[in-house]
Design a protein around this ligand. Structure first.
Ligand SMILES: Cc1cc2nc3c(=O)[nH]c(=O)nc-3n(C[C@H](O)[C@H](O)[C@H](O)COP(=O)(O)OP(=O)(O)OC[C@H]3O[C@@H](n4cnc5c(N)ncnc54)[C@H](O)[C@@H]3O)c2cc1C
Length: 447
């Protein structure tokens, strides 16, 4: 197994070409810093609006989390609906679930509108339970979906689950549709062409070192802009103090050799494929991708909250062994590549959109967990800057502001360290937090 992102390996055949770095001082109306799903979704919202828009990306578009990700497009990003219901009550849980759902719709519309070739495929979500507690989690998810008003879900117990997947050790599962799989790197590289065709300037290999007043400075140039959207990851405190609000969770991905027809049929006896993950805290997740390869991800408790990326194969090998216990007829399949990834997140696993305290024209999108959330946040912020956001959508500000209630404040970091502080907040948000009544400043427009 070699350490390499599969999406990058396969990108060579698409020959998308790179954009040259910025080497001059330029001016524009809107500057977007960061070419991940958040930044590019923002950029796309400015197409055809008659504004001069520039994108600066330190790597290539999709060069960080977005282009390393597994490409699951499901509203369930780290938080099950049942966890949102416990935390916020039925009405708010439904509203929060609707946010990534809108993000998915936007990605789908872009794929269709621009004819993007990015292995976009229908893949219903199948959330799987392990053991007794897993069966309870799956039933809770089913009941929560029903309680908030969804009708597109189906519950399977151990026996009936065998109609969907042939596996051992799962006590049940819940399936729902309107979910998709995507090659996220190819999507963003495809969007790059679309942006350029629509006169948006894209500079790759261009790291912003500092933003001062309305100017972003890079190694070899600068951009002066009326409005700046900063959608970067792994931000340092020296860049902006809001960086302290961002934590990391590490996960690992791997790709198999192609499955043969028999293995495919054994895996999905009904002929329909699913994207799947289990109910454990450090869960495993898998789906089929182009060429009938299996994309399998997961992690370990020790490395999840580690500060730096872990490049040894031991963690992902453990994920493989565990997977093969559940799918013994796949025990011979080989995984050929793996890669780690640090996901930016906040203490309560929901993203944040904030305005710089001293510069109202500088906006930050922070700690986004999940491609659908990133898609929504980028588009939402851009629409608000344009003044074209749906008035109905304004309620989402309350969920995206930085005035939420967190279990432990960031100053605890000095005593506990960043990893422990984050893991405690994460556990709290996922399994215990209940703050239906007091967490959000209603009508909070100061994003
Ligand atoms: C291994 C892995 C698997 C995942 N799987 C899934 C999944 O299946 N489904 C899902 O929904 N989510 C998944 N995620 C999470 C998802 O990828 C992220 O939540 C999402 O991509 C965040 O998008 P973003 O645009 O906010 O951040 P990023 O994609 O991190 O974009 C930020 C961009 O800013 C650039 N940048 C940083 N600093 C600078 C600077 N100073 N100047 C210029 N540019 C800069 C970076 O290079 C990067 O391209 C996964 C993440 C990982 C790591």
């Amino acid at each position: 197994m070699i350490v390499q992102n599969w999406w990058i390996t396969t990108a060579l055949k698409h020959n998308d070409g790179l954009c040259l770095p910025l080497k001059q001082n330029i001016e524009c109306d809107i500057l977007i810093v960061g070419g991940g799903m958040s930044g590019i979704s923002a950029a796309a919202a400015f197409i055809g609006k008659g504004l001069k828009v520039v994108v600066l990306e330190k790597n290539v578009l999709g060069g960080s989390s977005s282009g390393r990700s597994a490409g699951f497009l499901t509203p369930d990003s780290e938080l099950e609906l049942s966890q949102l219901v416990r935390r916020y009550g039925l009405k708010k849980a439904r509203e929060i679930w609707d946010i990534p759902t809108k993000g998915i719709t936007k990605i789908k519309q872009n794929v269709e509108r621009f004819g993007l070739s990015c292995d976009f495929r229908v893949q219903d979500s199948l959330f799987l339970g392990i053991g007794k507690s897993g069966w309870k989690d799956v039933k809770d998810e089913m009941e929560s979906r029903h309680a908030v008003g969804f009708t597109n879900q189906q519950l399977y117990d151990r026996k009936t689950l065998s109609k969907l997947i042939q596996s051992e050790g799962y006590s049940g599962g819940v399936v729902y549709d309107d979910c998709y799989g995507i090659n996220p790197f190819q999507y963003l590289q495809g969007m790059k062409k679309v942006l350029i065709e629509n006169n948006i300037q894209v500079y790759e290999s261009t790291e912003v070192k500092q933003i001062k007043d309305n100017v972003a400075y890079t190694h070899a140039g600068s951009v002066k802009a009326q409005t700046i959207i900063c959608a970067i990851d792994k931000m340092q405190h020296s860049f902006n103090p809001v960086a302290d609000e961002v934590f990391h969770a590490q996960t690992f991905l791997s790709i198999s050799e192609p499955l043969n027809d028999k293995e495919l049929h054994d895996l999905f006896p009904s002929g329909k494929e699913y994207q799947m993950w289990d109910n454990t805290l450090v869960y495993s997740y898998w789906r089929l991708v182009d060429g009938n390869r299996l994309l399998l991800g997961g992690g370990s408790a020790l490395t999840s909250f580690a500060k730096h990326a872990h490049y040894k194969p031991d963690v992902i090998s453990g994920v493989h062994q565990n997977f093969k216990k559940h799918f013994p007829y796949l025990k011979k399949i080989q995984f050929i590549q793996y890669w780690p990834g640090l996901i930016d997140t906040t203490r309560d696993l929901l993203p944040t959109i904030v305005r710089d305290k001293s510069n109202p024209n500088l906006h930050f999108i922070l700690g986004v967990v999940g491609l659908p959330w990133a898609s929504f946040c980028g588009n939402f912020l851009a629409e608000n800057i344009l003044g074209t956001a749906h008035t109905d959508d304004q309620k989402y500000f309350t969920y995206l502001s930085d005035r939420r209630y967190f279990a432990l404040a960031t100053y605890w970091e000095k005593i506990l360290g960043k990893s422990i502080l984050f893991s405690l907040n994460n556990l709290w948000a996922k399994y215990y937090q209940k703050d239906e009544k007091h967490q959000f400043g209603e009508n909070d427009q100061d994003f």
